[in-house]
Ligand binder design. Structure first.
Ligand code: APR
Length: 233
C-alpha cells in the first residue's frame, strides 16, 4: 500500500503564480480590512463591496497558471497516496491535475444560495452581482468560508490528517484556526516538512523539517527526494 502524504497548502504556494498572499507585507490584508470584505457582517452591511472583492479575485484567477509546486505535487502521486487540504480558494491544484483536493475555505469558482447552503453551483471565472439569484430565488453569495463562519470540512480534514505518514505544510502562516490546528492531528511517528521562505512562526511542531525556500523550488526538490526514497511502498 502506498504511504499517505497529507499536504496542507496556503496562499504561499500560489504566490509564484501571481496571486497575492494575505499577511505578507504586500498581502491582501494590507490593501483591504478583513472586517470589510471577509466576514458575514460585511456581507450584510455592504454586499456590493464583498462581491466586488471576490469578483476581482475570480477575474484574476482566470489569468494565472499553476506553478512548479502545484505540478510537483501531482508527480508525487506516482508513489504516494497524496491528499491535498488547501486553505486556498483558487483552483490551481485542480488545474495542475491533483486527484484529491479538499478546499477548507471554499472555492472562488463556485457560488451558493443564501437560502440553502447545500445549493452550490459552478460559475467558473464569471462575476456575480447584486440581483443574481439561485434557483430558489435568493441572492447568490461567494462559496467562501468567511471569518467567524464554521468550517464544514474540518472534520474530514482532521480525519485525513490522522492517517498521515508524511505531512507537507506549504506556504501558510498557520495563523488561522481551525486549519492551523490540523498539524496537531498527525500520528506521533509522522514526518513533517514545512516549505516557506518566511521566518518559522511555529515552534510547537515536533518532528519538523523546515525548508526555508519558496514553493516553486522547495516543493519540486522535496518531491524528488520523497520519490527517490525506496521504502515507500
Ligand atoms: N512560496 C511559499 N510560501 C510563500 C511564498 C512562496 N513563494 N511567498 C510567501 N509565502 C508564505 C509566507 O511566508 C507566509 O508564511 O506564505 C505564507 C502566507 O501566509 P498568509 O498570507 O497568512 O496565507 P494563509 O496562511 O494561506 O492564510 C490562511 O487566512 O485570510 C485567510 O482565508 C484566508 O485561507 C486564508 C487564511
Amino acid at each position: 500500500m502506498k504511504k499517505k502524504v497529507i499536504v496542507l497548502t496556503g496562499a504561499g504556494i500560489s504566490a509564484e503564480s501571481g496571486i497575492k498572499t494575505f499577511r505578507d507585507s504586500d498581502g491582501l490584508w494590507e490593501e483591504y480590512r478583513i472586517e470589510d470584505v471577509a466576514t458575514y457582517d460585511a456581507w450584510l452591511r455592504n454586499p456590493a463591496l464583498v462581491l466586488e472583492f471576490y469578483n476581482r479575485r475570480r477575474t484574476q484567477l482566470a489569468s494565472v497558471l499553476p506553478n512548479r509546486a502545484h505540478h510537483a505535487l501531482v508527480m508525487l502521486e506516482q508513489k504516494y497516496d497524496v491528499r491535498i487540504i488547501t486553505q486556498n480558494v483558487d483552483d490551481l491544484h485542480e488545474r495542475a491535475g491533483s486527484s484529491y483536493i479538499l478546499h477548507l475555505h471554499g472555492e472562488l469558482t463556485k457560488v451558493r444560495s443564501t437560502a440553502n447552503p447545500e445549493l452550490v453551483t459552478d460559475i467558473g471565472y464569471s462575476e456575480i452581482g447584486q440581483g443574481d439569484k439561485c434557483s430558489l430565488g435568493s441572492q447568490l453569495r461567494p462559496h467562501i468560508v468567511w471569518f467567524g463562519e464554521a468550517v464544514p470540512l474540518i472534520q474530514e480534514a482532521s480525519e485525513l490528517t490522522m492517517q498521515a505518514d508524511i505531512l507537507l505544510v506549504i506556504g501558510t502562516s498557520l495563523a488561522v484556526y481551525p486549519a492551523a490546528g490540523l498539524v496537531n492531528y498527525v500520528p506521533a511517528n509522522c514526518r513533517i516538512f514545512l516549505v516557506d521562505p518566511g521566518d518559522l512562526q511555529v515552534q510547537w511542531i515536533k518532528n519538523l523539517e523546515f525548508i526555508r525556500e519558496k514553493a516553486g523550488t522547495g516543493v519540486p526538490d522535496l518531491v524528488d527526494r520523497l520519490l527517490s526514497e525506496t521504502d515507500n511502498n
